[in-house]
Design a protein around this ligand. Structure first.
Ligand code: FCB
Length: 485
């Protein structure tokens, strides 16, 4: 196999003063305690119980048992020396039925977690929606209906009311592309629907929900408010006009649906060419675009791998039953590079290219934070009890090198969160895929830091030493996004 990427350097990549390092997780993937303290069912509880949906029939019922072990996990973060920790709030813990007053015990959990982080000098970064929609709302139409966006705004207000005094940065949604198109069109995530117009309506209502949540967060005095997107780097299979046209359609589906309304205040230009009459816009109302385009303090970017796109016939010749991901394009992974156990190709320079292009294309883009990047690898526990995950270290190093190159090219990136602190429930792939820099033994819940954890710890320490950053003081907040550069 030829490896066109130049070998990663052995030095640590360098970032500007005030650059923030963190790790990320999400509620359903780590918390467990699925029926404790009044938590209601989410669409992932339902979906993971449907036969054949998740590898090995896995569920998030127990996961990493973080709900009970959060103190131990925050201690791991403290030893790691991160500036910030990105977690998500489970909506069904706060509103078990997706509506009405807050369940106090649910808010209490995040209150304890936030205080524990602050006591360790770690800046809390909260995502309001990382895919665990209350099942009761799905039963009333889920993101297909506008009501869910309105309920999301109310939920945001409840959480902000309790935590905005201590959480430094907020992400409304995580990867709405996956919620709308993997969940409602490809059927590969909860709720497992395969729809056309329903998925396009879901995409729009997610954006409306974001706008309403931003309003609620601002009203509660939240410090930094943003959203996390997963823009894709889409590469044509060949230079043929047909493949280039397929890439244009895929750009609309993956990227423009989000970036155009959020950062250019308009709907995507190529909707009709991508979806025909499916994209009739009947789910839109006057004033929506202005609501969605309200200014943000940062945009969170999740990036893992590029996608190769080729022209293809429709999978479903019938427009009435065709899904919104059926856009006459075939997506694949390039095979001339190393792949992670997810099957994802490792091509770090595409990370630089993506960020540079985004900054060029959207001059009004707020500062970026990389809110996820990492790799799933075939970790093994060696005889010495350690996990020598050199593939993961290579992945992280080469992507941090690529990120540093983007920063040198003038892209305003303020921080980086590794996905993930812990091995966890990887959605439809269950527990087979290990993304953690800390290993979790699911039988005993024992946590073991991998070599990548130690490597990341050294990188953070080297950055601090080089930039003469003050050591973190427990009990104080860091807000690097606001630092002068
Ligand atoms: C992202 C998700 C995150 C995790 C990583 C591997 O799409 O946001 O929860 O599953 O992929």
């Amino acid at each position: 196999m030829s490896l066109p990427e130049s070998p990663a350097s052995t030095e640590f990549p360098e970032f500007p003063d005030g650059f923030l390092f963190g790790t990320a997780t999400a509620s359903y993937q780590i918390e467990g305690a699925y029926d404790e303290d009044g938590r209601g069912p989410s669409i992932w509880d339902t979906y993971s119980r449907e036969p054949g949906r998740v590898a090995g029939g896995a569920t998030g019922d127990i996961a990493c048992d973080h709900y009970h072990r959060y103190r131990e996990d925050v201690a791991l973060l403290g030893d790691l020396g991160v500036d910030s920790y990105r977690f998500s709030v489970a909506w069904p813990r706060i509103q078990p039925e997706g509506t009405g007053p807050a369940n106090a015990a649910g808010l209490d959990f995040y209150d304890r977690l936030v205080d524990e982080l602050l006591a360790s000098g770690i800046s809390p970064a909260a995502t309001l929606y990382h895919w665990d929609l209350p099942q009761a709302l799905e039963d009333r139409g889920g993101w297909r209906v506008r009501e869910t966006a309105e309920r999301f705004g109310e939920y945001a207000a409840l959480v902000a009311d309790r935590l905005a005094d201590r959480v430094d940065r907020w992400m409304t949604l995580n990867e709405p592309f996956c919620s709308a198109f993997v969940g409602y069109a490809a059927g590969a995530h909860a709720p497992g629907a395969r729809e056309g117009r329903g998925a396009l309506a879901a995409a729009h209502h997610l954006l409306v929900g974001h706008g309403l949540a931003v309003r609620a967060l601002r009203a509660a005095g939240a410090r930094e408010v943003g959203i996390t997107l997963n823009p894709d780097r889409l590469l044509p299979a060949t230079d043929s006009p047909a493949d280039l046209a397929a890439v244009r359609r895929a750009e609309t589906l993956h990227n423009d649906v989000w970036f155009e309304p959020l950062f250019a205040g308009r709907y995507p230009e190529h909707e009709a060419g991508t979806w025909g009459e499916l994209a009739d816009g009947s789910y839109r109302r006057e004033g929506d675009v202005a609501l969605v385009a309200a200014p943000l303090d940062f945009v969170g970017i999740n990036y893992y791998r590029p996608i190769t796109v080729a022209d293809a016939p429709y999978h479903d010749p019938h427009p009435a039953t065709r899904t919104a991901v059926d856009i006459r394009a075939e997506e694949s992974w390039r095979d001339d590079v190393r792949h992670t156990t997810m099957g994802w190709p490792v091509v770090p320079h595409t990370f630089t290219d993506l960020l540079v292009d985004l900054a060029k294309r959207y001059p009004a883009l707020p500062p970026m934070l990389i809110t996820e990047n990492g790799s799933a690898e075939a970790d093994t526990v060696e005889a010495d009890g350690r996990i020598h995950d050199t593939d993961r270290i290579d992945y992280l190093r080469s992507h941090l090198d690529a990120l540093a190159a983007a920063v040198r090219a003038g892209v305003d990136v303020r921080g980086y969160y590794v996905w993930s602190l812990l091995d966890n429930f990887e959605w439809a792939r269950g527990y087979d895929q290990r993304f953690g820099i800390v290993r979790v033994d699911y039988a005993t819940q024992q946590r073991t830091p991998k070599d990548s954890y130690h490597w990341y710890r050294e990188l953070i320490a080297a950055h601090r030493a080089r930039t003469h950053a003050q050591p973190r003081t427990p009990g104080t907040r860091t807000t690097p996004g606001k630092d002068p550069r």
